[in-house]
Design a protein around this ligand. Structure first.
Ligand code: GDP
Ligand code: IMO
Ligand code: MG
Length: 429
């Protein structure tokens, strides 16, 4: 068997959580391969809403196992907050949750470092979620990190103290005492104590060599789905650097983040919104600063699932979408939030970027260049409510035309269309 993949093609928040949950009944295992609690994946069913940060979005289906892979970074405090919320809702997430021994730990001072580094960037700040993502991946690649497998070492607390001392040294060097004031006055000592309580609880979870487990499961014919976090345009190599996250969010990240050979990658689902959003700083060619942008934000409830920040909104960006499709080798597209465009009589789609009168051929190295302007094609909106649309055949003709236009432009089928946040509001074409 092969590992199928679902990942975001834009700047994150495409609706990965919802779709992974919808697809989960077709899989035995759902595995996260990168990112950490910077992610916020929303799942809504039966009138209840859950937001997951570290736990894979298959957790609501008890027969499916959920693996936090080696490429993920884990803040145990946040992980157990998530687990406790699920327990409060009557679930037993520890039963079908498995954690890689090789996943790196976000320690409390990683969060302080994130805040201090971000603060020192001044006007060029990235708009990080301040969950410690950059500093933790820096320690991973700098070969200083602590891994889940280390928590049972006799010397774990010494290893922790050593890393913490190094971090505090750097933070002082950056001009801060502890930088807690940058994190809403975080009570560091209380946070650290809770973090250690979570470490004790982590020891009770099923800690595994996930790379071996996943490969054996494939050998046994198990169906595995890899769940991406963030989006392709936030990829550390191919996103709008430096306004990116610190991991490879693309299909290639699945191999390193789960220990899967490229030969074992199966179907690749790329997920995008019918328009675009971005949270945090960085270039966004189709951003709308006017009332139309506000209409998308309010209609789409575009406020961050992790930080609550208003998301920046704009029209669909085909040059970025085509670039993402190329990077990921997408086989099948999933278009989200079509319903948010219901009230629009006309809808714009960016077909190209123009710079000083010239249409750009490739994807630009420096997207921040203010001379890069979107070229739009205006399409007719469907001006209809989609609530009664239960199957794809019932879609308004103008929505079908919108979909067909995108399919023709990018050369791939849009097999799934989401028309609302609930599990049930999903159409297969
Ligand atoms: P993720 O990070 O990719 O999982 O996406 P988020 O959960 O951060 O953001 C997607 C938001 O859109 C959530 O609030 C979802 O409940 C919501 N959502 C998902 N699909 C749809 C849809 O088709 N229509 C509408 N209106 N909302 C949706
Ligand atoms: P999901 O999985 C949207 C953005 C942040 C910031 C940049 C770097 O829910 O789609 P980081 O905390 O990684 O240092 O932030 O990346 N960002 C996201 N934006 N969705 C996400 O995850 C994101 N994770 C990080 O806003 O601009
Ligand atoms: Mg999100």
């Amino acid at each position: 068997m092969k590992v199928d993949v679902i990942l975001g093609l834009q700047w994150g928040d495409e609706g990965k959580g919802k779709i992974v949950d919808v697809f989960t009944p077709h899989y035995d295992i759902i595995a996260r391969f990168q990112g950490g609690p910077n992610a916020g994946h929303t799942i809504i069913f039966g009138g209840k809403k859950f937001v997951l940060h570290t736990i894979p979005s298959g957790i609501f289906h008890h027969q499916t196992l959920n693996v936090i892979g080696n490429g993920v970074i884990i803040d145990p405090f946040i992980l157990f907050k998530e687990i406790d919320k699920l327990i409060d809702a009557g679930m037993r997430p520890e039963k079908n949750l498995l954690v890689s021994r090789r996943a790196h730990l976000i320690i409390p001072t990683h969060r302080l470092m994130d805040a201090a580094l971000e603060s020192n960037k001044g006007v060029s700040k990235i708009g990080s979620t301040l969950k410690g993502i950059g500093p933790t991946y820096t320690d991973k690649y700098g070969r200083n990190g602590l891994r889940v497998g280390n928590i049972t070492d006799q010397t774990f607390s010494q290893q922790y103290q050593k890393l913490k001392t190094e971090h505090l040294e750097v933070i002082r060097h950056l001009g801060f005492d502890r930088a807690s004031h940058l994190l809403d006055g975080l009570d560091f000592d209380a946070y650290e104590a809770k973090w250690f309580e979570s470490i004790s609880r982590l020891k009770e979870l099923q800690i595994i060599d996930s790379e071996v487990f996943l490969n054996k499961s494939l050998d046994q014919g198990k169906r595995v789905l890899a769940e991406g976090a963030q989006g392709t345009m936030l990829d550390v190599d191919f996103g709008s650097y430096p306004f990116v996250t610190s991991s490879n969010t693309i299909t290639a990240g699945v191999c390193a983040g789960l220990g899967i050979s490229p030969h074992r990658i199966g179907k690749i689902y790329g997920i995008f919104k019918a328009y675009c959003t971005r949270v945090g700083s960085g270039p966004f060619p189709t951003e709308l600063h006017d009332s139309t942008g506000e209409k998308l934000r309010i209609g789409g409830n575009e406020f961050g699932s992790t930080t609550g920040r208003p998301r920046r909104c704009g029209w669909l960006d085909l040059p970025a979408l085509k670039y993402s499709i190329m990077l990921n080798g997408v086989d099948s597209l999933i278009m989200m939030k079509a319903d948010v465009l219901n009230p629009f009589t006309t809808i714009n789609i960016c077909t190209d970027y123009r710079k000083e009168g010239e249409i750009l051929s490739g994807y630009p190295f420096e997207l921040s260049d203010e001379r890069i302007q979107p070229v739009y094609k205006e399409l007719k909106g469907w001006s209809a409510n989609l609530d009664d649309c239960k199957v794809a055949a019932e879609m308004p003709a103008d929505l079908s035309d919108y979909i067909k236009y995108i399919e023709t432009e990018v050369g791939l089928p849009i097999d799934t269309v989401s028309i609302g946040p609930d599990r049930l509001q999903t159409l297969q074409r």
